[in-house]
Design a protein around this ligand. Structure first.
Ligand SMILES: C[S@@+](CC[C@H](N)C(=O)[O-])C[C@H]1O[C@@H](n2cnc3c(N)ncnc32)[C@H](O)[C@@H]1O
Length: 184
């Protein structure tokens, strides 16, 4: 997988490169999988998916950044489709999406349980939610320049009340974790 273009982009796009890429590759999703990325942000999650060959629908309630410029730099703008949406009320039909990714988005979503239930609603029965989010260690680093940043979340507290099973992993520096979640 050639991710060398990321070396020419802002440092945020290189952070967690191996961890993100290893998870994406381990999923073995077919190249025509229907993929949604919740919380576009800088477009990092969508750009990683696109660099791995996938087309992505991504969105958020309000535009967060000029993600198109980054996607152009990465040469993948044509693989990313942006739609304004809110995780609390998604416009997708029940059981229609193969894989739903979140990278550092869930801790920004105001009603996390309602968002997760809505994400589960649109996920196919054999689909996967791939939830990347940050530990206290990374959130403390972010708070040094953004003091009002929302706190880290513990997904287990939410997932254990939902009809799901999951596997979890964490990076070597213990800054970013990933839950791969399936419907029971
Ligand atoms: C730190 S950014 C995520 C970074 C992004 N995933 C990336 O790869 O660059 C947090 C994101 O959460 C999104 N967000 C906040 N509330 C949301 C909601 N209710 N539904 C969907 N996205 C939401 C924001 O718009 C923002 O894009």
């Amino acid at each position: 997988m050639d991710l060398s273009i990321l070396n020419q982009m802002e440092p945020r796009f290189l952070k967690d490169k191996e961890f993100l890429s290893n998870v994406i590759q381990s999923l073995n999703l077919p190249l025509d999988a229907k993929i949604v990325d919740i919380g576009t942000g800088w477009g990092k999650m969508s750009i990683y998916l696109a660099l791995h060959g996938y087309s992505v629908i991504t969105g958020e309630p309000e535009k967060w950044s000029d993600w198109e410029t980054y996607a152009k730099q990465a040469g993948v703008l044509d693989k990313i489709y942006y739609q304004k949406f809110d995780a609390h009320q998604l416009m997708f039909s029940d059981n229609t999406i193969d894989a739903i990714f979140l990278l550092g988005s869930l801790h920004h979503i105001s009603d996390k349980m309602s968002g997760l239930k809505e994400i589960l609603r649109i996920l196919k029965k054999d689909g996967k939610i791939i939830l990347f989010d940050y530990t206290d260690i990374r959130i403390e680093q972010i708070k040094q320049h953004s003091p009002h940043h929302p706190p880290a979340i513990n997904p287990k507290e939410l997932l254990d009340d939902l009809p799901v099973s999951y596997t979890e992993s964490i990076d070597e520096k213990k800054e970013i974790f990933c839950y791969v979640i399936k419907k029971n």
